[in-house]
Write a protein that binds this ligand. Structure first.
Ligand code: FAD
Length: 357
């Protein structure tokens, strides 16, 4: 038997499995999905769970229930590429013949003291549940600071505004505007929405350290103290710890360099998908899914002894939510704002929940 292990049942891993299961599997192939959770957590919706705007069960998707896929629960601690072994925090190691690494990403704290301890996370379902509890337990009119004005920070601030009208919500960003990687028109629209809805935006904030209840902003005159009942960290990501430990070539974001077939060049039996892979675009669920489909095509071509033919991955755009009724995004090359992108985003979510995306 040849064991194909897919590490991570997220957008990338499940796209591979879904596509492979569409056809026959060779008789000597065993497909194993490894995850630390018993279902997929729809990471693109973690901001809404943290804000208390959706329930936990609404953002879970069951893993495939197919006798051809064996599901192995476990928290991967280390990947030994030479011995072809996976080590878990509990239990026996698991060997593989072929591997896909699709473990996603975690927060990056940029060596800022106290950031990991006092900056609450929305990067895993477990950490999002803790953040949800803290945000929803804050006393009336308490102060929330969200460090990082990218997509997830903006979506969280807007959803929390709708979920808790009493809170004081502030986004602290290092740059001059929120959503700095999006067209300026979108940043202006989003800033206007925040102004109308009483969310404070502070730009050029240079967070130097965090303590319990205080964020320090390094300024030309010293350190400003910004008081905070709960701080959420959305100021950077990097691949998960098991991938950080891998001694293979990586890009400046810590993502593993791959060849055109999505394999680690020195370990062609190992593919890397999604947020762990060095792709020519920002990490996204859409990129992970599209790449996953290509990896499935490569694996199937290998089974048939053919050379895989892959096109260029084309992404459709990015969409963000501003609460339940407004949104923003880039569709093709067009910046779109208001109700329409919000409706499209809900449709995309529906498709991911029903494995149609
Ligand atoms: C708040 C927020 C909003 C976002 N919004 C969007 C959006 O609107 N559009 C978009 O395209 N992208 C969005 N993203 C990014 C998107 O969620 C990720 O790029 C996408 O989930 C990456 O897919 P993946 O398959 O690489 O990893 P994931 O989907 O994160 O899956 C990784 C899997 O690995 C498992 N895992 C991790 N570590 C271990 C371990 N040690 N042991 C065992 N299992 C493990 C996890 O349980 C998980 O099931 C958003 C992200 C966040 C945080």
């Amino acid at each position: 038997m040849k064991r194909y292990v897919i590490l991570g049942g997220g957008y990338g891993g499940l796209a591979i499995i879904g596509r492979l299961l569409e056809g026959e599997l060779p008789a000597d192939v065993q497909l194993v999905l490894v995850d630390r959770m018993p279902y997929q957590g729809l990471k693109t919706e973690y901001y809404a769970l943290a804000a208390g705007a959706v329930s936990d069960v609404e953002i879970r998707v069951q893993f495939p229930n197919d006798p051809r896929v064996h599901i192995h629960y476990g928290n991967v601690q280390a990947i030994d590429l030479d011995a072809q072994l996976l080590h878990f925090s509990n239990g026996e190691p698991l060997s593989y013949d072929h591997l896909v690494i699709g473990l996603g990403c975690t927060d990056k704290y940029h060596n800022i003291e106290g950031a990991e301890q006092f900056g609450n996370s929305i990067q895993s379902l477990a950490s999002t549940r803790r953040t949800y509890q803290l945000l929803n337990d804050i006393k009336p009119y308490g102060q929330v600071n969200i460090v990082g004005g990218g997509l997830s920070g903006v979506e969280l601030a807007a959803e929390l505004r709708e979920s808790r009208a009493d809170l004081n919500i502030r986004i602290l960003d290092r740059g001059g505007r929120v959503l700095s990687s999006f067209p300026e028109k979108l940043s202006r629209f989003v800033s206007g929405w925040f102004e109308q809805h009483g969310v404070e935006l502070r730009s050029h904030v240079n967070v130097s350290r965090l303590e319990d209840g205080v964020i320090y902003n390094r300024t030309d005159d010293g350190e400003e103290e910004i008081h905070s009942h709960v701080t959420v960290w959305t100021a950077g990501i990097q691949p998960v710890a098991a991938v950080q430990k891998l001694l293979v070539p990586k890009d400046p974001q810590g993502r593993v360099i791959i060849n055109p077939y999505h394999q680690i060049p020195d370990y062609p039996n190992v593919f890397v998908v999604g947020d762990c892979a060095s792709l020519p675009f920002s990490p996204s669920a859409q990129a992970a899914g599209a790449q996953g489909e290509q990896i499935a095509d490569v694996i199937r071509a290998m089974w048939q002894g053919e050379t895989p033919k892959l096109g260029k991955i084309k992404l459709k755009g990015v969409l963000g939510a501003l609460g339940k009724k407004s949104g923003f995004g880039v569709v093709g090359k067009r910046a779109v704002v208001g109700y329409v992108p919000r409706v499209i985003k809900s449709g995309v979510l529906w498709m991911s929940k029903h494995h149609k995306g």
